[in-house]
Design a protein around this ligand. Structure first.
Ligand code: THU
Length: 125
């Protein structure tokens, strides 16, 4: 059993690996599979800015590429507790479904626990 706190700690570790030299806005994600594997992601910024990838999508695409298909929850950590962007909400919806989403700043002061359907109502697809 992996607790939300453990998942948050993994997301904080992932945030420390973020490659965000242009925005200076490091984001870490930790995705929990149904088998209790934790797959991390962090934002990876490109010199050609729009080709940047967000932490949540790196975690999900990485998990899918490793063969994981079912997920329980994802923790997302930023410096200020920022919410996942629209593109990441869509990808969470499409590939992980209505999972628990834990959003927090790295000091764990501003924690939000929500679900995909609550942050992406009336989704496409
Ligand atoms: N970013 C994420 O990693 N996840 C989000 O949900 C929103 C934004 C990244 C993209 C970029 O590297 C930086 O945060 C600033 O937008």
């Amino acid at each position: 059993m992996i607790s939300d706190d453990i998942l948050i700690e993994k997301a904080i570790e992932a945030q420390g690996k973020a490659m965000a030299p242009y925005s200076n806005y490091p984001v870490g994600a930790a995705l929990l599979t149904n088998n209790d594997n934790i797959i991390i992601g962090f934002n990876i910024e490109s010199k050609a800015y729009p080709t940047t990838l967000c932490a949540e999508r790196v975690a999900i695409f990485s998990a899918l590429s490793l063969g994981h298909k079912n997920f329980k929850s994802i923790a997302v950590v930023t410096n200020d507790g920022g919410m996942p962007c629209g593109s990441c909400r869509q990808i969470i919806h499409e590939f992980a479904g209505d999972i628990k989403i834990i959003i927090t700043d790295k000091e764990k002061k501003n924690q939000i626990k929500t679900k995909t359907k609550d942050i992406l109502p009336h989704p496409f697809g």
